[in-house]
Design a protein around this ligand. Structure first.
Ligand SMILES: [Zn+2]
Length: 121
């Protein structure tokens, strides 16, 4: 399975595939190819729980071609609990900032053509 397929499979189970540096243990997203801290290219796959809090987001009211059926939705940056990582994903049904206060607990719930899907916990 490719890294992307593993990311999709794990997202469907509410998990996030990450890369932990085999040398200094620094944790990265699975898109990392070398360690940001020590430069090593040696990683171990580590699954972390896809739960966290909403750090910031952008509401998409004018979607790219082919994605109109999803509007309104939000492109969300979520800070994961317990690790120093942020991921981006998409949350349905967000039309105004009142719909989603920053700090709202959220979790990974799946994956579609847009990318990782996030919902409130
Ligand atoms: Zn390292």
């Amino acid at each position: 399975m490719s890294v992307e397929e593993q990311v999709i499979e794990n997202a469907r189970q509410g998990k996030l595939l990450t890369h932990k540096c085999a040398d200094c243990r620094y944790l990265h997203l699975s898109t990392a190819y070398y360690c940001r801290q020590c430069g090593s290219e040696d990683f171990e796959d580590v699954l972390v729980d896809g739960k966290g809090t909403v750090a910031t987001y952008t509401i998409i009211t004018v979607a790219p071609a082919g994605f109109e059926k999803y509007t309104p939705y939000a492109f969300v940056i979520m800070k994961l609990d317990g690790v120093d990582l942020r991921i981006s994903g998409f949350m349905e049904g967000i039309a105004t900032p009142d719909d989603l206060p920053v700090g709202t607990p959220a979790k990974i719930t799946g994956f579609d053509e847009r990318g990782i899907l996030i919902q409130r916990q």
